[in-house]
Design a protein around this ligand. Structure first.
Ligand code: BV8
Length: 248
């Protein structure tokens, strides 16, 4: 009597990865959780800072009202990020960069850990906490090159105040980035959604676009999300443990 092989989802996915033409991955805060970066939601709690839910301090309204407070919030976040290294999920996705005829990595994260792991051409939908942008002329600069005691920093090009180069709630995404991500989502044949609660738009619309275009949709998350029901496969667990098991 042949031993019945348990359906091995990892072998099935490795097979799909071996034959994939264009792999598309969308990541959220959960991909950085094992690096020590706090997530925003999940586990029943929402990040709060100085009594404000994070989507209040990280909002266009707060930027308009109190730019120094938004700087203080991001200085605090960078203080945490400064001790965080990429984890095995980031390094696996970095290895996927050159493993397929086409590969697209889109992130909602502003922590820069995908690039730190070696990923190239990362589509950062929500900007990057390590960059500042001038409110006057749009000049961009690495925050680490600015005077840490000067808040808000002053643009070296035009003298205006600078802001974190991050998309806050109520703000448009950087011109063209979402459109590029949506086009690639519509062209992929295998889409991974890793570590996102899938409630922030327009980012959360990308996996559905991939699905509409016929891609096989895989979710990697310890918890169910609004996307789970449209996924072909949901793997409940930690990205840093699951993604390395997909090496093919
Ligand atoms: C905009 C930067 C046009 C700041 C962020 C419908 C259409 C369009 C817009 C809206 C809409 N409905 C509402 C809106 C407005 C809003 C929105 O989506 N609100 C939500 C909350 C309802 N969207 C916007 O404002 C966007 N702009 O639409 O422009 C416009 C303009 C004006 C007026 C109207 C429309 C801008 C959104 C960008 C906001 N900026 N970040 C900062 O970082 O402070 S979003 C913020 O949430 C972070 O970037 C974060 O990445 C993102 C999404 O969260 P997740 O990444 O998913 O993280 P989360 O903590 O939620 O979940 C973690 C997940 O990981 C969990 O599921 C957990 O189970 C899992 N996990 C945990 N550990 C692990 C793990 N998974 C795997 N492994 C693990 N180890």
């Amino acid at each position: 009597m042949p031993v019945k092989q348990e359906p091995n989802i990892y072998e099935e996915l490795r097979e799909r990865l071996r034959s994939a033409r264009h792999v598309f991955a969308l990541t959220g805060a959960g991909v950085s959780a094992e690096s020590g970066v706090p997530t925003f939601r999940g586990g029943g709690d929402t990040t709060v800072w100085k009594g404000m839910p994070f989507d209040v301090i990280s909002s266009a309204g707060m930027l308009a009202r109190d730019l120094p407070a938004v700087w203080e919030w991001f200085d605090y976040r960078r203080g945490v990020l400064g001790h965080c290294q990429p984890n095995a999920a980031h390094t696996t996705l970095a290895r996927w960069q050159d493993s397929f005829p086409r590969f697209t990595l889109v992130t909602q994260n502003v922590d820069g850990l995908h690039a730190a792991a070696g990923s190239r051409d990362v589509l950062e939908l929500h900007g990057n906490a390590w960059r500042a942008r001038c409110l006057g002329c749009g000049w961009r600069e690495d925050v680490r090159h600015l005077d840490a005691d000067e808040r808000p920093p002053v643009c070296r090009a035009c003298g205006e105040a600078m802001r974190p180069d991050v998309v806050l709630f109520g703000e448009m995404l950087p011109a063209g980035v979402f459109e590029e991500a949506a086009m690639r989502a519509s062209e992929c044949d295998l889409c991974f959604v890793v570590g996102t609660s899938a409630i922030v738009y327009p980012a959360a619309a990308l996996p559905a676009e991939a699905r509409r275009a016929g891609a096989y949709l895989v979710e990697v998350n310890p918890e169910p999300t609004p996307l789970s029901e449209i996924c072909d496969m949901t793997i409940r667990g930690l990205a840093g443990e699951i993604l390395p098991r997909l090496e093919f």
